[in-house]
Design a protein around this ligand. Sequence first.
Ligand code: AMP
Ligand code: MG
Length: 481
Amino acid sequence: MRLKDVKLTNPYLKLPELCYERVEPSPLTKPFLIHANSNVAKMLNLDISDHNELTKFVNGELKLDGAENFAMCYAGHQFGHYVPRLGDGRAINIGTITNEFNEKYHLQLKGAGQTLYSRSGDGRAVLRSSIREYLMSEAMHGLGIETTRALAIIGSEHSVYRETWEKGAIVLRVSPTWIRFGTFEYFAHSKNFKELEALADYAIDECYPHLSSEENKYFHFFAEVMGKTARLMAQWQVVGFNHGVMNTDNMSILGLTIDYGPFAFLDEYDVNYICNHLDYHGRYSFGNQPRVGEWNLRALMVALEPLVAKEHLEKVMEHYGRIYSRHFLYLMGKKLGLDEVSNRDFELMKQMFGMLQVLHVDYTLFFRTLSRYSGDRKELLKLGLFHTPMNEWLDEYDVRLEQNSTSQEERHKQMLKTNPKYVLKNYMLQEAIDQAEKGVFSLVDDLFKIAQDPYAEHKEFERWAGATPDEFKNQKLSCSS
Ligand code: AMP
Ligand code: MG
């Protein structure tokens, strides 16, 4: 369907007015299309072949039929401290598309100007952070991890000041929901309980429609959010993703990865790695993420107490650790090519993480190399600083593999589909950004291809498959975006 034929709806605007502000986007000067995501276009049933039209659309200059633009209000715990009002300070919602499968996707322009919730911010997003979000959300999707997505990214000649002058960009983001834990916190802490209930009903209809007529629907809602969050945490840990800013306003009630900021994929394995340079105490360090997921669920739990008895919510939380561990075990078992996992395998995994940590092994490369392991240890031993811990672990792994009923060939095949050859490490994104800032976007195109299918060999992109060069390893990133 051409953009001009699309009919948007705006279900969120049926909520009480306190939930949002109606606001128009402020277009960027001299916009140009950098990349469009044909798979997301297909998902939305959109024909985006007219790039001129698409650019105008992403720049907020082309309002589609039925569009009513607005920013959402929310609050959140930032680094453990409650901030009573945040909201979409630089994201403007431009309507909802319902596709042929009756799936609803909410479109949002990130970087399209100020809103009521901008506080002292300029409502903009710079090219660098926009490229990071655009590519990384696709990479997470390619890895099978729940995430928001993006239809397109535009650049511009619009000057935006951060630590220095940069250029503004807009990413058109797409998600089945933009509701965050912090959206609930806003109404609970400001004691707007009528709005809180309306939001809960709306969130259930939007994300968990099978619960709509349940008697204890708010209780079941929390249980679903808890389960999805626990499983998302397991996915992040297993793939080696460090989000960096797990504030409750960056936690989706649908268990999606949202708000890509100073994130990182692990280079060499380090459980204590902190990607966010403002995170002085490591609250959001790689190893802490599952605990923070739990802490954030407790913040959501408090926000839901006006709707559900506390003791019932507490009961839900008792299952968090078990759901997380079970999912972690299942996913890590697949990475190791174990055809049936049991709790006993935790020991093998613990020993493996200890080994990876002391040997400074590149996390992604280790599993990819292990995916071809046939008893010859040469390639694996090359990955670490010295041999003994790897040999000791492989001795245990060999014993464990003997219990597998699948053939070695089948195991290799399955592991190569589970352990990506490529993840978008920050040094790769940075190279694409450095080029983009000079007006060259070919690396954005290349990394997008890798992102979409990280398990394929992509012989032409082999240079991205190795360990991260020493000078770029385990760096910290600025939050300024
Ligand atoms: P983030 O760390 O990107 O999740 O943002 C936290 C809060 O700050 C959200 O309410 C954002 O909308 C807001 N924010 C971040 N950057 C800007 C900006 N440049 N202008 C306005 N609001 C912003
Ligand atoms: Mg955010």
